[in-house]
Design a protein around this ligand. Structure first.
Ligand code: SAM
Length: 290
């Protein structure tokens, strides 16, 4: 088989791959295929990009990608976002500087170095989107997130790719300090905006509005004006004074037992043990879902 035949067979195989059907209609995938330089992205990423990034197209945004390698993704982003977007690439490899000739802004440094980021944001100012496709170690991902979040504008995003490394032995799995474990903590962070919940001491409860978990991607929406402490509200509609049946089941059980008990002391004892038993049964019931 000659090279052309091999290439056409490879193309045919790719076309037969089921994921192609799901993504080939997406503009971002077309931009990826048309990029003149090589880029390698997982097939599941394009639908996530389309979902997260569509609203930023043809707007004067500042988009930063960590990880340049062969330059292919820089061209993909430029054709996807349009010419009004400022596309910035960051890599540790000084060779990446060559893409500056094609109109991209390139910065050389390590994403795991907080000093690099300090200098970067001093020069560039705040940005709209940071996409981390760098080295994918926990240290790189966490330091990048921690240092970039304060510099992402309201309405912006931090997107971290290849988060499956949190499950790779080579990267340290299993570890309490993986990127995914860090990201899971942000669930507590967000819920700590509810006044009665104080389970997180992380810093981002006033900046991260939401976190989305996709396969191999975690995305953080930065929207400070939506991160206010919540408070109970009610409208002015007529109340028919309906009883809240939340505890009715337990109340019913308690009243049967209580009516069988003769004196107040026994009633109290019975109630206590019944509440305990009901709680135990509830846990047994719940365990099957975990
Ligand atoms: C997965 S590749 C990037 C691929 C590119 N985004 C694409 O789609 O074609 C990862 C890149 O991250 C760079 N990198 C690795 N460690 C880094 C670090 N600590 N700081 C900045 N860049 C780093 C590597 O030099 C490499 O070019």
């Amino acid at each position: 088989m000659n090279t052309i035949e091999q290439a056409s067979n490879l193309k045919k195989n790719n076309e037969e791959k089921s994921y192609e059907k799901n993504i080939q209609h997406l503009d971002i995938y077309k931009c990826y295929q048309q990029s003149p330089y090589r880029s390698a992205k997982h097939s599941s990423y394009f639908q996530v990009y389309a979902e997260l990034l569509e609203q930023y197209r043809n707007k004067p945004i500042t988009f930063v990608e960590i990880g340049v390698l062969n330059g292919g993704s820089l061209f993909m982003w430029r054709s996807y976002f349009g010419t009004s977007a400022r596309i910035i690439g960051i890599d540790f490899n000084p060779l990446a500087k060559r893409w500056a000739d094609d109109g991209f802004e390139i910065h050389i440094g390590s994403q795991a170095d907080p000093e690099f980021w300090k200098d970067f944001f001093k020069k560039i100012g705040d940005v709209d989107i940071v996409l981390d496709d760098g080295g994918h170690t926990y240290e790189q991902q966490i330091i990048t997130a921690h240092t970039c979040i304060p510099h992402i504008k309201n309405g912006g995003l931090l997107i971290v790719e290849d988060t499956h490394t949190s499950y790779f032995k080579d990267f340290g799995y299993p570890s309490k300090y993986s990127f995914i474990e860090w990201a899971k903590k942000l669930v507590d962070n967000i819920n700590s905006r509810f006044p009665a919940v104080k389970v997180s001491t992380l810093l981002y409860k006033n900046s991260i509005y939401s976190v989305s978990f996709f396969e191999s991607i975690v995305s953080f929406r930065i929207q400070r004006d939506k991160c206010f402490e919540s408070a109970p509200t009610a409208n002015d509609g007529i109340s028919i004074n309906a009883q809240d049946f939340r505890y009715q089941e337990i109340q019913d059980k308690l009243s049967i037992f209580a009516s069988n008990a003769e004196d107040a002391k026994w009633k109290k004892k019975l109630k206590k043990s019944l509440v305990k038993r009901i709680a135990k049964l509830k846990i047994l019931k719940l365990k099957q879902y975990f």
